[in-house]
Write a protein that binds this ligand. Structure first.
Ligand code: ZN
Length: 182
């Protein structure tokens, strides 16, 4: 297994729509293992493939380190589709491994239904709510090229602009490997 460098704000791959996974082969399984190691090394609770420079519709979520979420098992979601979202919208502060040190309030549906392939190539449909739903939606956003700045109110986006520039310039202290500036 390997800890991979995490892409950060400004890396083009984070703005691209990712491509569907065609084969769940040994190479992909190794990638998934590397992603788990990379996420845990950075104390993250979710990681999308394009955050480790891989253009694929795949993300992992593990909210079990969070108090109250210990019972929720880590999941790998391949080619996910959000099929339902609740009308109830909740606001919560979010962070992102690709936006080191940045925190911002993001509105998201409280509950979702999502369909995806697991690593055994089985189609799975689950319901999620609260933090679990939020992290899934955050990671799903990565797969469609969206990040926190695309989900906040215009005035917040303006406020965080200087921080975003610092991140893109790597003028940040971060205790996990990130990509080099291109
Ligand atoms: Zn993120």
């Amino acid at each position: 297994m390997a800890i991979l460098p995490i892409t950060v704000y400004g890396d083009k791959i984070l703005w691209e729509k990712t491509k569907p996974v065609k084969a769940i082969d040994d190479e992909l399984i190794v990638t998934i293992q590397d992603m788990f190691q990379t996420m845990r090394n950075a104390n993250g609770i979710g990681l999308a493939a394009n955050q480790v420079n891989i253009n694929k519709q795949l993300f992992i979520v593990d909210v079990s380190p969070v108090e109250g979420c210990e019972h929720i098992k880590p999941v790998v979601m391949i080619n996910p589709q959000i099929i339902e979202t609740s009308d109830e919208i909740v606001t919560m502060e979010e962070g992102c491994l690709s936006l080191p040190d940045l925190r911002a309030d993001v509105e998201r549906p409280d509950a979702i239904k999502i369909r995806y392939l697991n690593t055994d190539e089985e189609e799975v449909e689950i319901e999620a709510d609260e933090l679990f739903a939020r992290v899934i939606l955050h990671e799903y956003d990565h797969l469609i090229g969206k990040m926190i700045p695309d989900r906040v109110a215009m005035e917040i986006k303006k406020e965080i602009q200087p921080e975003l520039l610092h991140i893109a310039q790597r003028e940040i202290n971060v205790d996990y490997p990130i990509t080099l500036k291109t």
